[in-house]
Design a protein around this ligand. Structure first.
Ligand code: C2E
Ligand code: MG
Ligand code: MG
Length: 705
C-alpha cells in the first residue's frame, strides 16, 4: 500500500499540530492547515489521499468546507473529526456521503491513535444508508389572510405563552416551550393552528419565527433580573432550556444559522439552552439540505427536538437519520394513555427507541397523575402538560418558575437530610470509589460531595485539603441542577467559574467533570466529581465510567441510609442488587472482583448476637459490600482486590473475632471466589465459585486467595 497523504484542516493551530503529529506517528505523510485558503491551495498542489476535517471550528464552518469539497469533486477519503458527539459526526458524515464525497470514517475527540491508523489503512468507504425522506400532506384549512398576518407582525399582535417541562422523576423544572398566540383586535385570541399553516403558505413563516425567537430569548434573558434576588434560583434559571417551534420550511433558509447565533449572542443565551422543535406542518423540501442544516445547527451547539413523534412525517427513518437530541411523544398518545393499552405501547416503544439513541424523551399532553406515574415507570425523562401547568404568559411563567425552584430545593434538602450522611466520618468503600474515579479519569482530584442549602460537604475526598466550601463556590452546585454530566474543560474560560476563588486561588481548579448523585426519590443531593489543575478533556468512555461509578456511590449512600439490617448488613436481595451493579462497574474498568462468604457453625453462639455487629463494624465495614445471605451466612464483595485484599480482610476478621470471643475463630468457615478482570464477571458465577471452593477455617493460618 502507498503511504497515505493526510491533509488536515483545523482552525486551532495547536489541534492542527497535534493531528499532524498523530498522522505522522502512524506512518502517514501529513500537512496541516488552519485556514480555508491554504487548505484549498494544498488540496490542489499536494493531492492528499485523505482529508482530516474538524467539524466545529470557531472561525470556519466544517460543513461549508464539505460543500466546497463536493463542488470540486474531491476524491480523497474524508475523515470527519469532532468533539460534539457521535450522532452529530455520523450525520455530518452522511451529509458528505450524500453529496458524493468518499467518507472513510469519523472520529469522536479525544480519539485513540489506533482509530486513526485503522481509518487510514482501510480501503472501504464507509457504507452510509441513505433512505429517502418521507413526505407528509400539507394541511389545507386557512382562515386568515396574508395581509392580516402581515399586519399582525407589524403591529406586534403576536405574543408568546410558555409551558413548563418538568422531569418525570422529580418534577424538577427543566425548561419551557414557547407557544405563539395572536391577539386579534376583532377576533380575540387566535391559536397557532389557525395561522401557522397560513404563514407557511404565504412566505411569512420566517418573519414569524424571527419574532418568536426574539420574544422568547428576550424573556429568557430577563431571568437574570427576575431570579437575581436568590442565588440558587438564579443558578437554576440559568440552566433552563427554551424550546421554540421551527417550521420545517425554515430549514431552507440560508441565513437561519447565522441569525440564530447572532440572536442568541445578543441576548447572552448559549445555543445549548435553545431547543428547536421541528413541526410537521410543512414538507421537507430538500432532504439533503435539511440534513446538512440540522447537522450544522447541532455542531453549533443548538439542540433539536422532533415534535409530535408518532404522527406525520416523523418516523424511525427520520429519527435515525437526523441528529436530534430530543424526541417528543405526541400528545394524542399521552392523553389517552390511561385508557388505551395501544397508546401505552406506543409510548413505551418511543421511550425505548429514544433511549437507545441516547435522546431525551419527552411526553406532551400529560393531564393527570396516573399518566405521570406511568411515564415514570417507563423511564420517560420529561413531561409537559396541563397537569404541571397550562401555557402561561411571560411574567406569570417567571413567577411560577421561581416558586417551583423553591419547592424543588426544599424537597431536595429534605431528601439529603433523610440520608443522614452529612458530617459523618469517612468510609473506606466510598473512598475506594473516589479513588477509582480519580484513577479512571487520571485526575489528581476526586470528590463525593453533598450539597445542602448553604455549603457543599465532602463525604470523600482525594487530592484536596478542604473539607467543605460555601455552596456558591461549588462547581457541584451546578451539577445538581440537571441530569447528566457537567463538564468544564477550562474554568478560566467559563464565565460561571472564571472568578471563582477555587479557580483563582488554591486549589486552582481548571478542569471539572461531575455526575449528580440521586437520593431514592430522584432528588440530586450531591455529586461525584473529578477535577484537575490544568484544562483538559475526558474521553467518552471515561465519562461513561464516571457515570457508572456515580451510580455505585449512589447505591452505597442510599443503602447505608436505609437498607441495612440490625447488624449493619444488607438483606440478601439488596446485597445481590448492589453486587450486580458493582460487578458491572468492575467489568467496565477491568478490575478484579472477589466474593467471600463466611459461614458460622450452626451451634455458633453469635449469629443473632451483638458479636456479629461488632465483627461487621470492626472488620468488614471496609469491604465494598456486606450482606446477609441467609441464617449464619454473610457475603462480602471486594472490588479490585483479588487475593491480597481478601486475605487482608480475613486476617482482620480473625483478629477481630478473637478479640470479640475466643471461640469464634474456630466457628467461622471462609470461602473465597475470585473473578479476574478479563473473565466473564457475573454474580451467579461468583456464587458458584464460592460454593465449590474449599472452606478455610478462620483460625487456620493457611494462605487464602
Ligand atoms: P406543539 O409544538 O406540539 O405544542 C404543544 C401543544 O399542545 C400546544 O398547543 C399546547 O398548548 C398543547 N398542550 C400542552 N399540554 C397539553 C395538555 O395537557 N392537553 C392538551 N389537550 N393540550 C396540551 P398550541 O399552543 O395550540 O400549539 C399547537 C401547535 O402549533 C404546536 O404544537 C406547534 O406545532 C404549533 N406552534 C405553536 N407555536 C408555534 C411557533 O411559534 N412556530 C411554529 N412554527 N409553530 C408553532
Ligand atoms: Mg412543539
Ligand atoms: Mg407536539
Amino acid at each position: 500500500m502507498t503511504t497515505p497523504r493526510v491533509l488536515i484542516i483545523d482552525d486551532d493551530e495547536l489541534v492542527a499540530a497535534t493531528l499532524h503529529a498523530m498522522a505522522e506517528a502512524v506512518g502517514a505523510e501529513a500537512h496541516a492547515t488552519s485556514d480555508s485558503d491554504s487548505f484549498f491551495a494544498a488540496l490542489e498542489q499536494w493531492q492528499p489521499t485523505h482529508i482530516l476535517l474538524d467539524l466545529n471550528m470557531p472561525n470556519l464552518d466544517g460543513m461549508e468546507v464539505i460543500a466546497e469539497l463536493a463542488n470540486r469533486g474531491v476524491e480523497a477519503g474524508i475523515i470527519v473529526v469532532s468533539g460534539v458527539g457521535r450522532r452529530v459526526i455520523d450525520a455530518a458524515a452522511r451529509t458528505a456521503a450524500a453529496r458524493g464525497l468518499r467518507v472513510v470514517g469519523a472520529l469522536d475527540k479525544p480519539f485513540m491513535i489506533e482509530d486513526l491508523e485503522l481509518l487510514l489503512s482501510s480501503r472501504d468507504p464507509l457504507t452510509v444508508p441513505l433512505a429517502p425522506l418521507p413526505r407528509s400532506p400539507r394541511p389545507t384549512d386557512f382562515h386568515v389572510s396574508a395581509s392580516e398576518l402581515e399586519r399582525a407582525l407589524a403591529e406586534e399582535e403576536l405574543f408568546l405563552v410558555y409551558q413548563p417541562k418538568v422531569e418525570c422523576r422529580t418534577r424538577t423544572l427543566a425548561g419551557f416551550e414557547a407557544l405563539v398566540r395572536w391577539r386579534h383586535p376583532e377576533h380575540g385570541l387566535v391559536m397557532p393552528d389557525r395561522f401557522i399553516p397560513q404563514a407557511e403558505e404565504c412566505g411569512l413563516i420566517d418573519a414569524l419565527t424571527a419574532r418568536v425567537l426574539e420574544l422568547g430569548l428576550a424573556w429568557m434573558a430577563d431571568w437574570d433580573r427576575v431570579a437575581s434576588g436568590d442565588g440558587n434560583s438564579l443558578r437554576a434559571a440559568s440552566t433552563l432550556s427554551l424550546s421554540v417551534n421551527l417550521s420545517a420550511r425554515s430549514l431552507t433558509s440560508a441565513s437561519l444559522i447565522s441569525e440564530l447565533e447572532a440572536r442568541c449572542a445578543r441576548h447572552g443565551i448559549p445555543p445549548a439552552r435553545l431547543i428547536l422543535e421541528l413541526t410537521e406542518t410543512a414538507t421537507m423540501a430538500d432532504p439533503v439540505t435539511s440534513l446538512d442544516l440540522l447537522t450544522r445547527l447541532r455542531a453549533r451547539g443548538f439542540r433539536l427536538a422532533i415534535d409530535d413523534f408518532g404522527t406525520g412525517f416523523s418516523s424511525m427513518v427520520q429519527l435515525v437519520r437526523l441528529p436530534f437530541s430530543e424526541i417528543k411523544v405526541d400528545k394524542s398518545f399521552v392523553m389517552t394513555a390511561a385508557a388505551s393499552l395501544e397508546s401505552r405501547k406506543v409510548i413505551r416503544s418511543v421511550v425505548d427507541l429514544g433511549h437507545s439513541l441516547k435522546l431525551t424523551t419527552t411526553a406532551e399532553g400529560v393531564e393527570d397523575e396516573e399518566v405521570l406515574s406511568l411515564l415514570r415507570e417507563l423511564g420517560c425523562d420529561l413531561a409537559q402538560g396541563y397537569l404541571e401547568s397550562r401555557p402561561l404568559e411571560g411574567e406569570v411563567a417567571a413567577a411560577w418558575a421561581l416558586e417551583h425552584f423553591r419547592a424543588d430545593e426544599a424537597r431536595r434538602v429534605a431528601a439529603l437530610r433523610e440520608l443522614a450522611m452529612l458530617d459523618t466520618p469517612p468510609e473506606p468503600r466510598i473512598d475506594r470509589l473516589t479513588r477509582l474515579a480519580s484513577r479512571t479519569c487520571a485526575t489528581p482530584i476526586a470528590l463525593v460531595t453533598l450539597v445542602d442549602a448553604e455549603r457543599q460537604w465532602f463525604k470523600s475526598r482525594r487530592g484536596i485539603e478542604l473539607a467543605e466550601t460555601p455552596r456558591d463556590q461549588a462547581f457541584c452546585a451546578h451539577t445538581i441542577l440537571c441530569e447528566g454530566l457537567t463538564v468544564v474543560p477550562d474554568a478560566e474560560r467559563d464565565a460561571r467559574f472564571s472568578d471563582n476563588v477555587l479557580v483563582t486561588g488554591a486549589p486552582f481548579l481548571r478542569f471539572y467533570a461531575g455526575a449528580p448523585l440521586h437520593a431514592r426519590d430522584g432528588s440530586r443531593v450531591g455529586a461525584l466529581c473529578v477535577a484537575d489543575h490544568a484544562p483538559r478533556e475526558l474521553s467518552r468512555s471515561q465519562l461513561d465510567t464516571l457515570l457508572d461509578i456515580a451510580r455505585q456511590v449512589e447505591r452505597e449512600l442510599n443503602e447505608q441510609a436505609t437498607a441495612a439490617n440490625a447488624h449493619g448488613l444488607l438483606p440478601r436481595a439488596a446485597f445481590e442488587d448492589s453486587a450486580r451493579g458493582a460487578l458491572a462497574l468492575c467489568r467496565r474498568v477491568r478490575i478484579d472482583a472477589t466474593l467471600m462468604t463466611l459461614e458460622f457453625a450452626p451451634d455458633s453462639p453469635m449469629v443473632d448476637s451483638d458479636a456479629l455487629t461488632q465483627l461487621v463494624e470492626g472488620a468488614l465495614r471496609g469491604s465494598d459490600l456486606v450482606g446477609e445471605l441467609g441464617p449464619g451466612r454473610v457475603g462480602l464483595i471486594l472490588l479490585s482486590s483479588a487475593g491480597a485484599g481478601a486475605s487482608a480482610v480475613r486476617h482482620r476478621l480473625a483478629s477481630r473475632a478473637s478479640a470479640v470471643d475466643a471461640t469464634l475463630v474456630g466457628a467461622i468457615d471462609v470461602r473465597i471466589s475470585v473473578s479476574r478482570a478479563r473473565e466473564p464477571l457475573d454474580l451467579e458465577l461468583l456464587f458458584r465459585g464460592a460454593a465449590a471452593a474449599a472452606p478455610v477455617r478462620l483460625g487456620e493460618s493457611a494462605a487464602v486467595g
